[in-house]
Design a binder for this molecule. Structure first.
Ligand code: ADP
Ligand code: ASP
Ligand code: MG
Length: 814
């Protein structure tokens, strides 16, 4: 052992705090396309010093096993299989790399295959299977590191046999200290380099290769994570986490947002391929979180494995082994039983049938080869018999016996030929050994009886002002009705500086007081990255602010899996480039974005527009008075009032924005216009809108206080305008409009226009909004929607309507 002097404790700590481990299985690296996707995942979802642990590409391990097998046979099968493997591996290199990198990798590959051929020809002996198997992982680690380098990242590969030391056993025993030291020495001096480490393999003290068992790279990943004491390991699979059953066998499985350690461990122990049985062995459960996530569809739900054991017990996963290895031992042979008690391999289940004088042991098929050898060498081997034709089916969940699902499971199995029914030692699964092979029909039937799972939605409320408070009140009143559709909970409330977060759902009665007590300073970008930890099927961020800072984070919210309900106009009316970015990311991650209240508050404007369009109509123009503030100002304005007094009054009553120039400059109106136009698919930007502001240029940039002092400078021009209009029996109103002509040219404008005194636009209740919509069908007479276009109650109602719509959309996706 070398002395631990190369790596200081501070360096080790830096690794622990800054590095995350990612694991990519064979199915995530099956072809060149998959490799590129993995490289993209590493660019987007990993830090510069993160580590990736990789399996062999695609089914390389199986191909190697087949070659080893074929070598025992006569004929040229082994050569044919080896040629195929070489073409596959070298095809990956030529597809992915070019220039020097390709040449280098190709040269290594040719050397490796030359060695394989010598071995096949009997010119070189490679005695141990693990040494041959190790090539699979070595090739993928080498290739992925090269691909990352090609893409401009600093990356290197590590052969795990260079640091991971273990003693040979059916489940190799890791020597933790020397392994940790060697790994740290290799990794710690190179922050800013992504290391790609081979999964599945280790070495013994003599330097021989060892393997960690089929699918062992999950275990390698948590081992590496634990040796370095990191906080997060992400296991990227071809499935988006752990489901209620194997999605390859069972229809309509549901994904599980979270699993407790014990549940995950039990599932792995029972041989589910989704996690290697030893995955959790090395893990510091206080510190580490493990996520299982899809590398094929990164936007999909993922499963977090952590400390969630206090949640209500529920049967969560149905797992099975179609063909379990069952051994029957004669109880009378005490010596044999004693020897079995010392066996290094723990059976999946073990029981005795004293009436027949038998003991039974069930194992995973993976261990049969070892067991046959072991029993053959054991004393009294004639008293052991492997019996065939049995299967295992189990239901996993903490405190399984207390769950409704368990009762159903037991009842349903009553109809089957059950050899043995029991529980795992820690009570986290109910296990049945069936005296029959298992078909997917039975699994599907069991699954559909067991899981009528109600999905969950976590809501983060950003903004606790008027609308936020009003919506929380409304939601609290309507919770029971909403919860019939989905388990919806508010998991956090924040304002611009402080956040109150509680993943089990915040208590809404008296939330203001709790917020004062419990809210803590936070950083929005960190919160967004943390939120996917919330154990919910779906998450939604409700933006009930007017903040540009929140709007700028929409891409990040979407990319981290959140839907958005917004009363904030800033994103919907952002400049084209930002707007397009938000839309692109939203689409890419398949998230919903609802913003019905950004125009006309609670008025059912978007419903009318979308319904018409979905039914085949085309919107030709929308015009009207879209601003409650401006409606109030103009409807109250006449010869006897001063416009500036009305502006001050509106500000005092809270009808206007804190800086009334937001309204008077028509910025707010333009926002609404852009949102409406974009909603019907037009591409419209700020520069395309003709605007005449009510604020003369010299008042635009001065401080608010000064503006308020000089506000009467607005009066003169508007007074004149009023008098001129009046002379023609008109009144001035601030209108917004856009129209589309036959050639799809858009014209948009905002400004004061003269309206005949009798027109409906001239006779609104102060504060009322009106939208006049012409379409192909409503071409003679317009469709008119009018009513209050602001106010906390109607706006909160509109937000609630968006939530309902989100729930229906999510239900339809199931
Ligand atoms: P890797 O890419 O790491 O090699 P595997 O293919 O070995 O991944 O394991 C993932 C497979 O596990 C999935 O494709 C799925 O068919 C299977 N599986 C079995 N049970 C489950 C379950 N409950 N949830 C998710 N996947 C499961
Ligand atoms: N390549 C190995 C196997 O196929 C290890 C792994 O995939 O995790 O079993
Ligand atoms: Mg695998």
């Amino acid at each position: 052992m070398t002395a631990m002097n190369a790596v200081s404790p501070a360096q080790a700590e830096a690794v622990a705090n800054n590095v995350q481990v990612h694991k990519f299985g064979g199915s995530s690296l099956a072809d060149a396309f998959c490799y590129r996707r993995v490289a993209r995942i590493l660019t987007e979802f990993s830090g510069a010093s993160d580590i990736a642990v990789v399996s062999a590409a695609g089914d390389t391990t199986n191909r190697i096993l087949a070659i080893i097998d074929a070598k025992q046979q006569q004929g040229d099968a082994a050569t044919i299989l080896l040629d195929q493997l070489e073409r596959y591996q070298q095809g990956l290199i030529t597809d992915l790399l070019s220039g020097d990198l390709a040449q280098q990798l190709m040269q290594w590959s040719q050397q490796d295959f030359a060695r394989w051929r010598r071995w096949l020809a009997g010119e070189e002996t490679i005695e141990r299977k693990p040494e041959l198997l190790a090539y699979g992982e070595l090739w993928s680690a080498r290739l992925l590191a090269a691909l990352l380098r090609k893409q401009g990242m600093r990356a290197d590969h590590i052969d795990a046999r260079d640091f991971l030391l273990a003693d040979d056993a059916p489940e190799p025993l890791i020597r933790v200290q020397p392994s940790r030291q060697a790994l740290l020495e290799r990794v710690a001096p190179h922050p800013g380099t992504r290391f790609i480490i081979t999964g599945f393999i280790a070495r013994d003290p003599e330097g021989h290769s060892l393997i960690l068992g089929r699918n062992g790279s999950d275990y390698s990943a948590t081992l590496v994570g634990s040796l370095l004491d990191v906080k997060q390991v992400t296991i990227w699979k071809d499935v988006a986490g752990v489901y209620s059953a194997d999605p390859r066998k069972v229809e309509r499985v549901v994904s599980l947002p979270s699993l407790d350690w014990h549940e995950a461990e039990e599932l792995a122990r029972l041989g589910s391929p989704v996690l290697h049985p030893r995955t959790f062995q090395p893990v510091d459960r206080e510190r580490m979180i493990i996520s299982v996530r899809s590398s094929l569809k990164v936007e999909n739900q993922q499963t977090r494995i952590g400390q969630y054991e206090n949640t209500e017990p529920r049967g969560k996963v149905l797992t099975s082994l179609a063909d379990v290895a069952l051994f029957r031992v004669e109880l009378a042979d005490k010596a044999l039983i004693d020897a079995i008690n010392e066996l290094e391999l723990t059976p999946l289940v073990r029981w005795t049938e004293p009436e027949n004088q038998h003991e039974y042991l069930a194992f995973h098929q993976n261990h049969v080869e070892f067991l046959n050898r072991w029993f053959a060498a054991a004393p009294g081997s004639e008293h052991v018999q492997q019996i065939h034709g049995y299967s295992l089916v189990a239901l996993v969940g903490n405190r399984i016996q207390e769950t409704d699902e368990f009762a159903t499971f037991k009842r349903q199995l009553g109809e089957q030929r059950v050899k043995r029914f029991g529980f795992s030692p820690d009570g986290n699964s109910a296990i049945a050994i069936l005296e029959q092979t298992l078909d997917n029909r039975l699994l599907n039937r069991l699954h559909s009886q067991l899981f009528t799972y109600r999905r969950s939605l976590g809501v983060l409320v950003v903004g606790r002002g008027n609308i936020g408070s009003e919506w929380l009140k409304l939601f609290n009143q309507q919770r029971d009705r909403i919860n019939q559709m989905m388990d919806v909970r508010v998991i956090g409330i924040c304002n611009s500086t402080r956040l109150w977060l509680d993943y089990s759902g915040v208590e809404l009665n008296g939330w203001q007081d709790s917020f004062e007590r419990l809210a803590r300073p936070y950083v929005m970008s960190e919160l967004i990255r943390e939120l996917p930890n919330a154990p919910y099927d779906e998450l939604v961020m409700m933006d009930l602010t007017d903040a540009i800072a929140v709007a700028q984070q929409y891409p990040s919210f979407f990319a981290n899996g959140m839907h958005i309900i917004a009363a904030n106009k800033r994103a919907g009316s952002a400049d084209e480039p930002l707007y397009r970015e938000i839309r692109t990311i939203q689409r890419e991650y398949k998230r919903e974005w609802l913003y019905n209240t950004t125009v006309g508050a609670g008025l059912p404007l978007n419903y009318a527009i979308n319904d018409l369009r979905n039914s085949g109509d085309e919107i030709r123009s929308i015009s009207g008075i879209f601003s409650g503030t401006l409606s109030w100002l103009f409807e109250n304005f006449n010869e006897t009032t001063k416009f500036s007094d009305l502006v001050l009054e509106a500000k005092k009553r809270g009808y206007s924005e804190p800086d009334p120039r937001e309204d008077l400059s028509c910025r707010d109106l333009i926002r609404k216009l852009l949102i409406l136009a974009r909603e019907i698919g037009l591409s419209l930007d700020w520069k395309d809108v003709e605007v005449t502001s009510l604020v003369p240029e010299h008042l635009q940039q001065i401080p608010l206080a000064e503006f308020l002092q000089r506000v009467d400078e607005l009066d003169e021009p508007i007074q004149q305008r009023y008098a001129k209009a009046k002379a023609a029996e008109n009144v001035p109103r601030l209108l917004a409009s856009f129209s589309v002509d036959e050639n799809n040219r858009v014209r948009a404008k905002v400004g004061v226009e003269d309206i005949p005194e009798g027109d409906m636009l001239a006779n609104l209740i102060p504060g009322e909004n009106i939208f006049v919509i012409y379409t192909d069908w409503y071409s003679e007479m317009p469709l008119v929607i009018s009513g209050p276009g602001a106010g906390k109650q109607v706006t909160a109602g509109g937000v609630q309507s968006d939530l309902n719509q989100l729930l229906s959309k999510l239900a339809a996706q199931q």
